[in-house]
Design a binder for this molecule. Structure first.
Ligand SMILES: *[C@@H]1O[C@H](CO)[C@@H](O)[C@H](O)[C@H]1NC(C)=O
Ligand SMILES: *[C@@H]1O[C@H](CO)[C@@H](O)[C@H](O)[C@H]1NC(C)=O
Ligand SMILES: *[C@@H]1O[C@H](CO)[C@@H](O)[C@H](O)[C@H]1NC(C)=O
Length: 488
């Protein structure tokens, strides 16, 4: 272009750009105003006391789980205007300890692109978000996914990079190209992305960069051989206790017995990885990471040598009973990960202990006897797992019921929401004869033993919880009411 035309073009772009920035700032203010005005309309009956949930509207995948300037940050897929999925924003919460959370202003609003899932890293003083820009079109394949950046100097206000997208296409041109998870190793940034082959097998792509703006494709880190689903979403890749873990959410797994009964799955492959050859050698095949009804798109972050995980505590294509109350979807509590005997174990983070309030009960209940709790309670039980265990949990004023069972003969733990809505898995009690149960207004998290088997399931009791003892053996129970650590 001639210099003058170039200059005029530059003025035009600058004018359009600053106009759109003002529009963006106005839209943000309007949105915060809308949320503020909408909060009083929310019915609180199923609102969590200590789990992250959207202030209003819809939440799905956790995004940008990270640590920046002394605080943990968690973003999430957010549609503020209805309690069903819609054009994606990034909601935002922060926490000093992964237990006490505060809502922050919505971090990303859609423009021409919807802001799909991604991650966050600290680069010098700056917080950088990398996310998928999802653009809907009226021509096949009807959408386009490319990778975007956004920056912040304060961890609260973000502006999108003017050079977006930074990664315009998958090597095979697949329109499914999303959920960047960025990390730093040595002199490079690395990113993995979920995608698929041309014949619809899920895969994970690995890239690297020195500035996060221009990226070099390195390799296909892993892909389905045909039996592992048509798309791998929300990949995460990290070192854990001397091995490498590829965590991801495959879509399209066929149910096999007790396994893969949710709409979509979330699990991991363990292997070794070489930063010279970029080869991920798989050693332990795919295993589910959580065995409950509602667990998807888990994301991790590492702080001070500890690897933490938070997951979406809902599922696709199932009823979300809270949606009539003006919101839908929440996050699991944060869990710390370890690798033991070729398996990830998840335990509630140590800081959860600070939520314990008064002791609700210590001791034994007779068979068929019940005890009542508030909405937020932690129940620890100790039993002889050579014999059966059965506990019934239900609403003090009705609503859902759920049964937790240990069948010593087949060696399986069962979470039964009634009407055959069962999840079960084998478990070896070994030396740890305890279960730790976290209940909130509409959720149950069961950690068996050292966290080698975990179930996360949404359950909707009315008016607090009631535990009924259906066991025939002596079981010790110790329960604590939990403080509120989430604002709305
Ligand atoms: C998506 O858009 C980018 C331009 O931003 C283009 O390079 C890419 O080929 C498009 N991908 C598909 C699948 O159409
Ligand atoms: C429990 O014991 C079995 C059999 O000895 C062993 O294979 C398994 O790894 C142990 N599990 C845990 C979680 O320690
Ligand atoms: C349940 O009842 C049985 C039989 O009365 C008793 O041995 C056991 O300790 C009770 N369990 C709990 C959780 O209190």
């Amino acid at each position: 272009m001639a210099p003058l035309r170039n200059f005029l073009w530059f003025c035009f772009i600058t004018a359009v750009y600053s106009k759109s920035i003002h529009q963006y700032v106005d839209a943000k203010a309007e949105l915060e105003n809308y949320i503020e005005n909408k909060i009083p309309d929310i019915n609180p009956r199923f609102r969590p006391h200590y789990h992250v949930a959207p202030p209003v509207g819809w939440m799905n995948d956790p995004n940008g789980f990270s640590y920046y300037k002394g605080e943990y940050h968690l973003f999430y897929q957010f549609y503020p205007y209805d309690s069903i999925w819609g054009p994606m924003h990034w909601g935002h919460v922060s926490s000093p300890d992964l237990v006490h959370w505060k809502q922050l202003p919505t971090a990303l609003l859609p423009n021409e692109e919807q802001c799909f899932s991604g991650s966050a890293v600290q680069d010098g003083d700056m917080m950088v978000l990398m996310y998928t820009g999802h653009i809907v079109s009226d021509k096949e394949p009807y959408y386009n996914e490319t990778q975007y950046l956004a920056f912040s100097n304060d961890g609260t206000n973000f502006h999108k990079y003017s050079g977006n997208p930074v990664l315009p296409a998958a090597p095979n041109g697949s329109p499914d190209f999303r959920d960047p998870k960025v990390w730093r190793h040595g002199d490079h940034w690395y990113v993995i992305l979920g995608s698929k082959t041309n014949d619809k097998r899920g895969r994970v792509l690995l890239y690297r960069s020195t500035d996060m703006k221009s990226w070099e494709f390195l390799t296909v880190l892993a892909e389905s051989q045909g039996d592992m689903g048509y798309m791998w979403e929300c990949p995460d890749f990290f070192e854990l206790d001397g091995k490498f873990v590829l965590l991801m959410s495959p879509q399209g797994l066929v149910p096999q017995g007790d396994r893969y009964k949710n709409t979509y799955q979330n699990g991991y492959i363990i292997g070794s990885f070489n930063y010279e050859t970029f080869e991920f050698v798989q050693e332990v095949p795919f295993q589910e990471i959580d065995f409950g009804h509602d667990f998807y798109a888990a994301q991790t972050t590492e702080v001070n040598g500890k690897r933490y995980l938070i997951s979406w505590f809902s599922m696709w294509e199932v009823p979300h009973p809270e949606d009539v109350d003006g919101w839908a979807g929440m996050m699991t509590i944060a869990r710390e990960l370890k690798l033991v005997d070729g398996k990830i174990i998840m335990k509630p983070i140590d800081q959860m202990l600070v939520l314990r309030e008064n002791v609700a009960i210590v001791g034994n209940l007779e068979e068929n006897e019940g005890v009542e709790f508030e909405k937020a309670v932690e129940i620890n039980i100790q039993a002889n797992f050579n014999e059966k265990v059965e506990l019934q949990l239900e609403g003090r004023e009705g609503g859902d019921k759920v049964w937790l069972r240990w069948d010593s003969e087949v060696g399986k733990v069962v979470v039964d929401r009634g009407s055959d809505d069962i999840r079960q898995v084998e478990w070896q009690p070994n030396n740890s004869h305890t279960w730790r149960i976290f209940l909130d207004s509409s959720s149950l998290e069961l950690f068996c033993g050292i966290g080698d088997v975990v179930f996360s399931s949404r359950v909707y009791p009315l008016g607090g919880w009631k535990l009924i003892n259906l066991s025939i053996q002596d079981i010790k129970i110790e329960a604590y009411h939990l403080k509120k650590s989430f604002p709305v």
